[in-house]
Write a new protein. Structure first.
Lengths: 114, 110
């Protein structure tokens, strides 16, 4: 299996632009998670899906952030408009089921908003 | 108070040393516990789960203390390759949210 695939690996954009991050989970995994990592705050859970349905989006910072999972093999995290404070590494992870399950992370997207 | 707290370190230890990290969690309903390892500029990867009775995997030993609400990770005979950030992860009963600590950085010195 190719593992969790994220794109792009790096994204540099200007403040106010729309940013779309993409994730392909491992086939057969029912759960998909989006995390953001910064030096100050560590890894923060933004949202997670079960069988393509958003379950908990309480970690989404504000309305500028949105996430979708139109099918079992694809998810997007969109920021519109982007701001410099959104600069971080964004990780997508998937797991087969829920509790006591190993999370498989993608390589992350390094986002820089200038 | 953060849900999961860790000493950020860095812990600088010589090769062959034994080093231990603790992680405290605030929610007494926490159900599952893990240690993940993250190398610089890489994604986190599962190191080991933490079971109530404690568990060992080679040079690594994990312990859970529910009464005091902390988990620990002990690394024996440290190797240069153990240099990384160690992340404590907790899930809470009724949710499927994996909450990460900010990590403890370990540097093993030659």
């Amino acid at each position: 299996d190719a593992g969790v695939i994220q794109s792009p690996r790096h994204e540099v954009t200007e403040m106010g632009q729309e940013v779309t991050l993409r994730c392909k989970p491992i086939s057969g995994h029912d759960y998909l998670f989006w995390y953001r990592q910064t030096m100050m705050r560590g890894l923060e859970l933004l949202i997670y899906f079960n069988n393509n349905v958003p379950i908990d989006d309480s970690g989404m910072p504000e309305d500028r952030f949105s996430a979708k999972m139109p099918n079992a093999s694809f998810s997007t995290l969109k920021i519109q408009p982007s701001e410099p404070r959104d600069s971080a590494v964004y990780f997508c992870a998937s797991s087969l089921t829920a509790f006591n399950e190993k999370l498989f992370f993608g390589s992350g997207t390094q986002l820089s908003v200038l | 108070r953060k849900e999961v707290e860790q000493d950020p370190g860095p812990f600088n230890v010589p090769e062959g040393a034994t080093v231990a990290f603790n992680c405290t969690y605030s929610n007494s309903a926490s159900q599952s516990f893990f240690w993940y390892r993250q190398d610089c500029r890489k994604e986190p990867k599962l190191l080991m789960s933490v079971y109530s009775s404690g568990n060992e995997d080679g040079r690594f030993t994990a312990q859970l203390n529910r009464a005091s609400q902390y988990i620990s990770l002990l690394i024996r005979d440290s190797k240069l390759s153990d240099s990384a950030t160690y992340l404590c992860v907790v899930t809470t009963s009724g949710t499927y949210k994996y909450i990460f600590g900010t990590g403890t950085r370990l540097k093993v010195l030659a």
